[in-house]
Design a binder for this molecule. Structure first.
Ligand code: ADP
Ligand code: GLC
Length: 475
């Protein structure tokens, strides 16, 4: 095996909305370290990275959606930048925008992108041995190369789909079928799920192998996959759960340039206190109290809608002596409620509404406990970053959280706080348990040291992916 081509909508540090970017920015690097060429192709967006780096145009042409032509360029980010080569597909009026998602024409944007990717693979001399697609934005590509006449010569290249999140499927109406390259219409059923074109379902049906980002999520998907449960159960034989990893070149508290105060196992307390002092000063919080933090998107799956009520409950009912800091954005209802909470509990609660990479690192490096009451969590990276930075996670028992966090009371090696049900009562109780841990100074310091030593690096997962590719090539 020589070459893998990853196809994705996000890749850190070029464009990041969530964990997908972290994975696509790390996995190829560790595959390269294992001796295979691993490349990424993604859309070009107007982001600081693309605005400040010189990118070389390696090809340009037109891509059509029906009769409408769009000019595109493929720009190369050489391997020297990130440890693997990246191709950015800049399609005029479609991908060339500031945000990754959220536009009314996302269907057009990602369909055109995938057509360009298929053309790109057709043109390049050294074809990939495996095409590895990530999430629904790239879910039509396996269909194009399997069934469109134009890509006939590519149909024997093995394809893999990694499901990072099955809640989002990218479905759209059959009215837009004319965007697609010509294919034998007998295969239209592959595109269909619930009377619509469903890119995630399409990929699940077409690809040679499906992976999920944790083993537990694979099991959960049989029961909870936003309508795709039966399909995923049916395709279970070709599915495999591989846990995500942490990239220690980005997430290393000793050298992390985004931290206010760097630290290692020898100076956990003083290093972490430096970051906590910075946070408490900036957000007007009492530095002597245990600091609970949430980082993430305000969406139902993350349980963020419960946070305003949790904050009220821990301060008014349980009268806990803690402080709370939230970094995130999303649902406007949650944001409004948090603003009210902020007024009410000045000095005890504060937030930054928005996305801020630097602040997220300082929170991992300084806040005491991470709140992660997710209802759905395919893997979750926050809890793994928290562990690496000595921050104890309070998590629900779902998906990747089951696979990465053991409750302190489960056995003597336990190190986290787990909550059985995602409810205001149980999250508040989890915070109460955190306060007890915080107050037991020797236990708290022992656990911080223990969690920082946990190895969640990519090495083992990258190997599992490579073994899986080998098994496909042999087929
Ligand atoms: P998801 O991809 O579902 O959002 P993950 O836990 O896999 O969840 O990854 C989230 C990633 O995004 C982590 O790197 C986390 O630190 C980061 N992140 C989430 N929200 C923010 C934010 N508001 N500011 C900075 N980083 C954020
Ligand atoms: C998705 C999931 C998250 C996972 C990430 C990276 O965004 O919601 O749980 O960690 O992808 O795989």
């Amino acid at each position: 095996m020589n070459k893998i081509l990853h196809v994705a909508a996000e890749c850190y540090p070029i464009a990041k909305v969530g964990g997908l970017a972290d994975v696509v920015g790390a996995l190829p690097k560790y595959q390269e370290k294992s001796g295979i060429t691993s490349e990424v192709i993604m859309p070009f967006y107007q982001k600081p990275f693309t605005q400040t780096n010189e990118l070389q145009c390696i090809s340009n042409d037109l891509v059509y959606l029906g009769q409408t032509p769009y000019e595109y360029e493929i720009l190369e980010v050489p391997k020297t930048h990130l440890g693997f080569t990246i191709y950015l597909v800049k399609i005029e009026n479609l991908t060339d925008r500031t945000e990754v998602y959220g536009y009314h024409d996302d269907t057009e944007r990602f369909t055109a992108f995938q057509k360009v990717v298929a053309d790109f693979i057709l043109q390049i001399q050294q074809k990939p041995d495996v095409i590895h697609c990530h999430d629904h934005h790239t879910g039509l590509l396996p269909f194009f190369i399997s069934y469109a006449h134009k890509y006939e010569s590519l149909k024997d290249i093995p394809t893999v789909l990694t499901i990072h999140n099955a809640q989002y499927q990218g479905e759209f109406s059959f009215d837009k079928l004319y965007y697609f390259p010509e294919y034998d219409l007998n295969h239209s059923g592959i595109l269909e799920w619930d009377h619509q074109i469903n890119p995630l379902a399409t990929a699940i049906k077409c690809v040679w192998k499906i992976t999920t980002v944790s083993p537990s999520y694979l099991i959960e998907l049989q029961k909870n996959a936003n309508g795709l449960e039966s399909l995923l159960s049916h395709e279970n034989k070709k599915s495999l759960g591989i846990l995500n990893g942490v990239d220690p070149e980005v997430w290393n508290p000793k050298i992390d340039p985004l931290l206010e105060s760097n630290f290692g196992l020898q100076n956990i307390a003083s290093g972490r206190n430096g970051n906590k002092a910075w946070l408490c000063n900036k957000f007007d919080l009492d530095n002597t109290k245990p600091l609970m933090a949430f980082i993430g998107r305000f969406v139902y799956e993350k349980g963020s809608d419960l946070l305003p009520a949790v904050i009220t409950s821990i301060f008014d009912q349980l009268k806990l002596d803690v402080t709370v800091l939230i970094l995130g954005s999303g649902d406007s209802g949650t944001t409004e409620q948090l603003k009210e909470v902020k007024e009410k509990y000045k000095g005890k609660y504060n937030h930054h509404i928005g996305y801020n990479e630097k602040l997220s690192h300082i929170i991992y490096g300084g806040a005491d406990f991470l709140l992660m009451p997710s209802r759905v969590e395919p893997c979750g990276l926050n809890q793994m970053y928290a562990l690496r930075y000595g921050m104890i996670p309070i998590v629900s028992k779902v998906g990747g959280l089951i696979d990465t966090i053991t409750d302190v009371d489960a056995n003597e090696n336990g190190f986290g706080i787990t909550i059985a049900n995602v409810s205001v009562h149980e999250i508040s109780f989890g915070i109460q348990r955190a306060v007890d841990i915080y107050n037991n100074k020797s236990f708290y310091s022992k656990k911080r040291k223990q969690i920082m030593k946990i190895d969640n690096s990519w090495d083992s997962s990258a190997k599992q992916y490579i073994n899986m590719y080998h098994s496909l090539i042999k087929q």
